[in-house]
Ligand binder design. Sequence first.
Ligand SMILES: [Fe+2]
Length: 326
Amino acid sequence: MSIKTDLDNSASDISALSGYISEPHLNAWHSESLSADTLLLNLPDACIDEFDKALARTGDVEIPDTSNREHFKHCVEFSEQLLQRLDSNALGAVIVDRIPSERYHELDNRRVCGMFSSFVGPLMAQNFAGLTLYDVKNTNPKNPEKVRKSITNHAQPYHTDGGWHRVPAKYVGLYCVRNAQSGGGSKITSMLSAYKAMVESHPEHLKTLLVSSPWDMQGEHAKDEPGFLMNPMFESYDNQFVSRYYDSYVRNGYRVKGEELPANLDAALNTMKTVISEQPDIRFEMSGGQFQYLNNWTVLHAREAFADTEQTPEEKTRHVIRVWNN
Ligand SMILES: [Fe+2]
């Protein structure tokens, strides 16, 4: 299958895309009872027992094999509930509460994270080298403005993950090994709700966003390939709505391509940012052992800045492991 046929490419058809937006999803996001509590999903102890037995059985492998589902009956059952909550008809966001992260050393936390996410779907590589468990951690870079935000303690604005991919990950998981002692809160909001608001109030700007733009690939490409890939902000795939959004990745994409950002795209991006900032959202602070999972095609996420510095002891620094599933 060629890359082009992977997506339906019905980019210019605003109403066709609107047909993929589910009313139950919109109702959930505009409900008066919307709160962080609605995201919680209790992880049964039986699932933790299955992880512990796998750790004892499988030794030092990076991610223990979960293909023998007889060993993971409770995890399989739990993942069905989880996937229902992540469906495009549902809110599309869950906080799994919780894995006893304090009981595991660093490598076992990675292994449990890898096992848990394998029940959501196949793990997707997050960089050109094929990494599937990505550490979101402040590395105290010298020029934090010039590197990706995931390795700084800076805030991250609303975005979807991996938007430069032709088919971005459908699900994004963030396993909180430890949160920061101060800051590092999470925010989520509906991309489908923002799309609907654009249809109703800013159709001309929306049309602009449906035209493919160069996406900065964050250096995740072969040396002889261009550092951008042309993608629209919204399209359909497999009869589902796919969104990709990261304001600065599109602006930087033009820089990488060596072209000026068109004035109409600048205005459309600014309008989209305003629409997103004005709609209902959920703010929460993850605690150690919680696993945030999102539908990356329907829900946006953001992170607040946190206070870790070079002086913060390693065992107290914020550490989140990110996974992508397709
Ligand atoms: Fe992200």
